[in-house]
Design a protein around this ligand. Structure first.
Ligand SMILES: [Zn+2]
Length: 432
């Protein structure tokens, strides 16, 4: 009997556990939700089973490269290209990736590395960084044979920049987008502004296909910041003073521009983006929290590098940057922008003084750089880096309940300080 020999690899069943270790809590909640749903829907309604990717590998050389996914069910990918830098996007229906998170770190031949994950609701994506222009020679599906799993195979060959550019154009219209609608909850928030509670948008960074930074012990930024944002939301809402909206409340990727739009669309009064940083050099030294505001010129080299890394999110997830809205220049908009910036700086200062007494901060904890996610012209915006995942002590703090409580408490105090004059005015008006 003939056997396919495409770089056979041991089974990776045990790795499923490793992959899910850090998202255990989220998964458990999802399972609970699913169970609750199944229960409500009555007997006979089972959860739809997602296709599972159980293995992946790259074979070949600079002339011809083969990308293989081991799968339990047949799926048909939509393949498209993105230039600057050269990338190939494989869009799939939502699948479970039962492969180690670092599976795509080293590529081969025409693929320098690749990433995978949830891109939008019900959509999974694989993004390959290419060493140059390629064309897709063929795509096919091999059914399972004996002890070999079924496989999705994509063959790439080297092509020219012109051919790749043409492929980028023709494939653009087929590529799914992250059409993330603001949830129904926010509809009522766009109601008349008079006397309404201040509306705060919390923006947990990265998500889905873009994990963000990864801790020394393996903790992904996207998980830490989501859990923290939910805790902070709870604390703020418990005061009864604010409405709080999250840009994402699950492991979904949201493009940076979309995050900015959400704040603008629901007319937020404050936008807080939450991240956890990582450095390559000086891992032992870089520790503590930092508060960033937007500036054209970065306050220092480190901040500039950080903004560059954070701004890469759309590139990492394979988002078409060319189709984003162009920046508008207008004198009125410019005035609004300036006013917004001074409110942002005011909040950042309030925040730093609250954080000082609660947690460890970096030197000069208020910094600035060109973060794309802070670019709303009408919503005061700051970005908090909770700490450094590249430092083992910081990583431990970031996952500890005690530290999270203190941090969320301090941010809540700063928010109270920021809105105090307005809340006092509202109270006065109400009593008259
Ligand atoms: Zn980040």
């Amino acid at each position: 009997m003939m056997k396919f020999k495409i770089g056979m690899k041991p089974q990776v069943g045990g790795l499923f556990y490793a992959t899910c270790r850090f998202v255990g809590l989220t998964r458990a909640l999802l399972v609970l939700c699913a169970l609750a749903f199944a229960f409500q829907a009555g007997p006979g309604v089972a959860e739809t089973v997602k296709p599972v990717v159980t293995g992946a590998r790259v074979a070949g050389d600079e002339g011809r490269t083969r990308f293989v996914l081991d799968m339990n069910t047949q799926v048909t990918p939509v393949i498209s290209g993105l230039a600057n830098p050269y990338r190939l996007i494989l869009d799939l229906p939502e699948v479970s990736f039962s492969i180690p998170p670092e599976a795509g770190e080293t590529g081969r031949g025409l693929i320098s590395d690749w990433r995978f994950g949830l891109f939008a609701l019900g959509k999974s994506r694989i993004v390959m960084d290419l060493t140059g222009p390629v064309s897709v020679d063929k795509t096919f599906f091999l059914p399972a044979v004996d002890d070999q799993p079924a496989r999705l195979v994509v063959d790439l060959v080297r092509s020219s920049p012109q051919d790749f550019a043409a492929f980028v154009e023709t494939s653009r219209s087929e590529r799914p987008t992250t059409s993330v609608k603001v949830s129904a909850k926010s509809d009522k928030l766009t109601a008349p502004k008079t006397g309404h509670k201040p509306l705060i948008v919390l923006d947990p960074g990265h998500g889905g296909i873009d994990s963000g930074a990864v801790g020394v012990a393996g903790t992904p930024e996207k998980v830490i910041v989501l859990e923290f944002a939910k805790l902070l939301q709870e604390k703020l809402e418990a005061s009864g003073l604010y409405d709080v909206h999250l840009t994402r409340d699950d492991d979904t990727f949201i493009p940076l521009g979309r995050r900015v739009e959400i704040g603008h669309e629901i007319a937020a009064d404050l936008f807080i983006s939450i991240h956890a940083d990582s450095v390559r050099r000086g891992k032992k030294l870089a520790r503590g929290s930092t508060v960033y505001t937007l500036s054209d010129k970065a306050s220092d080299q480190l901040s500039e590098e950080l903004a560059e890394t954070e701004n890469m999110s759309d590139v990492i997830a394979g988002v078409d940057l060319d189709s984003g809205p162009a920046e508008v220049t207008d004198i009125l908009l410019d005035l609004a922008r300036r006013e917004t910036r001074s409110f942002s700086v005011y909040f950042a200062r309030t925040l730093v003084s609250e954080l000082k007494s609660a947690v460890r901060l970096i030197n000069n904890p208020h910094r600035s750089a060109g973060f794309r996610v802070l670019k709303a012209h009408d919503v005061p915006s700051v970005l908090i880096e909770l700490g450094y995942l590249s430092n083992e002590h910081d990583e431990k703090l970031l996952v500890s309940d005690e530290w999270r409580e203190r941090m969320a408490g301090a941010i809540t105090e700063a928010v109270h300080g920021f809105f105090r004059p307005r809340l006092a005015r509202q109270q006065e008006a109400a009593s008259q």
